[in-house]
Design a protein around this ligand. Structure first.
Ligand code: ADP
Ligand code: 5RP
Length: 561
């Protein structure tokens, strides 16, 4: 078949720091061209305040990336006729919502709001809404009606839709008044590409709504107004301007609008898919099957599983980030869990060590060598060299049982504790955090029969991956593609563009396969089973002390103490 008879699709993946476009041959999943764009304003640290956990992204960062990367992949593949590009599907981080006006335009693109962080996207890891999440949780358990958190693991997070909206509308009256509605990032990009101008009939993502906005068919969509009004009457009013129906990512959101068709050099026949989240799309890119845990391992992790309706049924899996019909594969229940920090925990340790190095004028190359050097030294230590135990909660805990107030801890330091031993303990901590998630799935009746890894850490660190296999006591297969979420988006696009009838069929033809398997080493498994007990006990101790501290603070604030 000549290049011109083939059918192509574009998978567009928006990560935390950058976005990428992937041009894919639908016949075999070949990644024909790829282009990455780092968000300019984000790179400059604009609109963020890490010490206040405020992470905002400007819509222009996303639009610039969209245009640049898609044009670049087309330019890199002159043999591909743009007419043979059938569809574009998009995945993004989430929950990453933005306030929009009546036309669905993010407020930061409306005169007067250009520099206002509250008028921008609140990135998934923005934790400014911890207090609002607490309120939502408290109300859900006490208001006397249905517990709307029940399909979201029973705990609503500060990373999610309603917590963030509540926080912004309380903090910023101008944004609150100008916000007609709110859109997730994964909905806004298809909205732009299809040239939509009315929100009411736009197809919103099932994945985003179900995992982050407490949308569920049992209560006809979003939480009822009686519940929302007890949080803030404006939330109840907003409900009328949000959505009722939701759509899975194999569905068509519309066709490429003339303005973007011209900008990108594509035809208006190109279909645009309903948006989804990066982790869910990554699971599809990793060719997920029933009871396989797909771990997207980067700065954070997202741990994805699909189960049949018979297996998951009405069961509510406690402490995870939700279970949603069709959020990964249409026809199955998608379950999401994850860690707020994974590679980020190692990056934190690197940054601690880098501080004095930078003061003495060390180069960025020296600093980049910290993790590889520590890895080489830690790999040489005996696995049983395990005096130090650490917790992985430096960025809070996402699952099991979301609690963003938790902090990291290190126990067992002695004069003999050097940097490689601390690094080894950090690596073990992030892997123990993964085990806590697997244990929770299994104890809740969702068996994990296989593990698939993808993302930066899975590709870069043999040491982390072997430790993970030993701690989970399960083999881990690593996905060949370096761009699994974008590949997953391309697979959805192949269905949206009518090339395949189902996501399953697209995965069959377009999967990149696996290029490595890590097998657990029995003697290490045994050691780590004991060491996990120490991790667990340290976690219990830290969690109870933080709880006591917070109770004391609340009592002081309430004038009790
Ligand atoms: N050699 C390494 N060993 C372990 N972790 C690494 C290594 N190199 C980079 N990392 C971690 O990988 C993470 C970045 O992962 P990546 O998947 O590229 O990013 P993202 O999560 O933003 O998509 C960083 O947190 C970094 O600390
Ligand atoms: O929670 C999510 C999806 O449900 C986030 O999108 C995800 O954790 C972002 O990760 P990354 O920075 O690796 O793109």
């Amino acid at each position: 078949m000549s290049a011109n008879q083939k059918k192509y699709v574009i998978g567009m993946d928006y990560g935390s720091d950058s976005c990428r476009a992937l041009l894919v041959d639908t016949s075999n999943g070949e990644e024909v061209a790829t282009s990455v764009h780092y968000y300019q304003r984000w790179k400059e640290g604009k609109y963020c305040n890490a010490s206040a956990n405020q992470f905002r992204q400007h819509p222009l960062d996303y639009l610039e990336g969209l245009e640049k990367t898609i044009k670049e992949v087309l330019a890199q593949a002159p043999n591909v006729d743009p007419q043979s590009v059938e569809a574009i599907s998009v995945d993004t981080t989430g929950s990453t919502p933005v306030a929009v006006n009546e036309q669905g335009i993010p407020l930061a693109l409306v005169p007067g709001f250009e520099e206002n962080p509250n008028a921008m996207f609140l990135l998934w890891k923005d934790h400014t809404a911890v207090q609002e999440a607490d309120e939502i949780n408290h109300l859900a358990k006490t208001w006397g009606g249905v517990d709307f958190t029940k399909y979201e693991g029973g705990t609503y997070s500060s990373e999610w839709f309603w917590s963030k909206i509540l926080h912004v509308i309380r903090e910023d009256q101008e944004v609150a008044q100008a916000a007609h509605s709110w859109l997730e990032h994964c909905d806004w990009i298809p909205y732009v590409l299809t040239g939509a101008s009315t929100l009411a009939d736009f197809k919103r993502s099932r994945c985003a709504a179900g995992h982050k906005a407490m949308w569920h068919p049992d209560w006809n969509g979003l939480p009822e107004k009686a519940f929302l009004s007890q949080l803030d009457v404006r939330l109840a009013e907003l409900r009328d301007r949000l959505f009722e129906a939701t759509y899975t990512a194999d569905d068509v959101a519309g066709s490429l609008c003339p303005e973007w068709a011209e900008k990108l050099g594509l035809s208006t026949d190109v279909k645009i898919g309903v948006g989804t989240f990066d982790a869910h799309s990554g699971a599809v890119g990793g060719a997920i099957t029933a009871n396989t845990l797909v771990k997207v391992m980067g700065t954070s992790t997202c741990d994805m599983v699909v189960g049949s309706y018979e297996e998951v049924g009405d069961k509510c899996v406690r402490g995870i980030c939700g279970q949603v019909d069709g959020s990964i594969l249409p026809g199955m229940v998608g379950l999401e869990a994850g860690q707020s920090g994974f590679g980020d925990v190692l990056a934190w340790f690197k940054n601690v060590l880098a501080w004095p190095m930078r003061q003495s004028g060390a180069s960025e190359a020296d600093i980049d060598a910290i993790i590889p050097n520590l890895t080489a030294a830690a790999e040489k230590l005996a696995v049983e060299d395990g005096q130090v135990v650490a917790l992985d909660w430096v960025n809070g805990r996402r699952t099991p049982d979301a609690n963003q107030l938790l902090k990291g801890a290190i126990q067992g330091l002695s004069m003999g504790t050097d940097a490689p031993r601390l690094f080894k303990a950090m690596v073990e901590a992030i892997c123990f955090g993964s085990k806590a998630i697997v244990d929770r799935f299994e104890s809740e009746g969702v068996p994990v029969n296989a593990v698939v890894g993808m993302g930066g850490v899975a590709k870069k660190s043999r040491f982390v991956m072997q430790t993970l296999a030993d701690i989970l006591n399960k083999p881990i297969q690593v996905v060949t593609s370096h761009q699994a979420p974008a590949l997953g988006a391309a697979m959805y696009a192949a269905v949206v563009g009518g090339v395949y009838a189902s996501v399953g069929e697209a995965m069959e033809h377009m999967s990149s396969g696996f290029d490595k398997v890590y097998q657990p080493i029995p003697s290490n498994v045994e050691f780590y089973q004991q060491q996990y007990e120490r991790y667990y006990a340290l976690g219990q101790f830290v969690e109870s002390s933080i709880k006591t501290e917070n109770e004391q603070v609340s009592s002081v604030e309430a004038g009790v103490l």
